[in-house]
Design a protein around this ligand. Structure first.
Ligand SMILES: Cc1cc2nc3c(=O)[nH]c(=O)nc-3n(C[C@H](O)[C@H](O)[C@H](O)COP(=O)(O)O)c2cc1C
Length: 217
């Protein structure tokens, strides 16, 4: 135990080398800048760059966070999908103000997005659902995400039944499966520097214009 605690204490972060971030060439729009960085993440072999942390708050304002997959990004926002009946779904219903965080360690990049999560219509949510693999669809159709499970076996048995019913009816769609769009108000691009002179560029929506500012590291 002491060994692993020493390793934690001595672990180095942000060792580099990292790509340069030329802020003069940063896009006018954060979604374009994000897509550029995402391309760099792919080109540099970042493992699962589409994993991100979604932060929400419950009805008492108590925060929660979990990892999800980003599904798409366009000029309207960032998209993810989940069950509207899950904990996060209930949080969003109570308070649609959320945050998304990406961290791509091998290229020293963090992106922080603050915005509002909006439910997309049933048609778009169903399309996202039908694009998922069989097991993922079967799990969503169980419709119990985040509720208490007595034992793992119960889940496995229910899953076998659900996969079977999907095989008979492959167009089944979970009524609670929801595609959410995050409409951003602030997006920060953080680039690590080996000498700790990190660069932070924040886009903030003022009216219908994106204002860009550097922030102190
Ligand atoms: C890499 C990764 C990707 C995930 N992607 C999703 C996803 O796209 N949608 C989803 O509902 N849960 C996803 N999960 C599971 C969530 O982290 C979480 O456990 C689940 O959604 C329940 O969260 P909640 O209780 O806060 O609602 C993913 C987990 C990991 C580790």
């Amino acid at each position: 135990m002491e060994d692993i605690r020493n390793i934690i204490r001595q672990s180095k972060t942000l060792v580099g080398p990292f790509p340069e971030f030329n802020i003069n060439e940063a896009s006018e729009y954060p979604h374009e800048q994000f897509l550029e960085w995402f391309q760099m993440a792919i080109d540099n072999g970042v493992h699962e760059p589409h994993s991100m942390t979604l932060s929400t708050t419950d009805h008492n304002g108590f925060p929660d966070a979990r990892v999800l997959i980003i599904k798409d990004v366009d000029q309207y926002g960032w998209y993810f999908a989940s069950s509207s009946q899950s904990e996060k779904g209930k949080h969003i219903e109570d308070n649609p103000n959320i945050a998304l965080t990406f961290y791509w360690s091998s290229i020293g990049k963090q992106v922080r997005i603050r915005g509002i999560a909006i439910e997309m219509d049933k048609e778009r949510s169903a399309k996202d659902f039908l694009n998922r693999g069989t097991v993922a669809r079967a799990i969503a159709l169980l419709g119990k995400q985040s509720s208490i499970l007595k034992e793992q076996r119960e889940f496995e048995e229910a899953l076998i039944k659900q996969i079977d019913s999907l095989q008979h009816n492959p167009t089944l769609v979970s009524p609670s499966w929801t595609l959410y769009r995050v409409v951003a108000k602030e997006v920060e691009f953080w680039q690590a520097d080996e000498d700790r002179k990190h660069i932070r560029l924040r886009y903030k929506l003022e009216g219908d214009k994106w204002l860009k500012n550097l922030l102190w590291a």
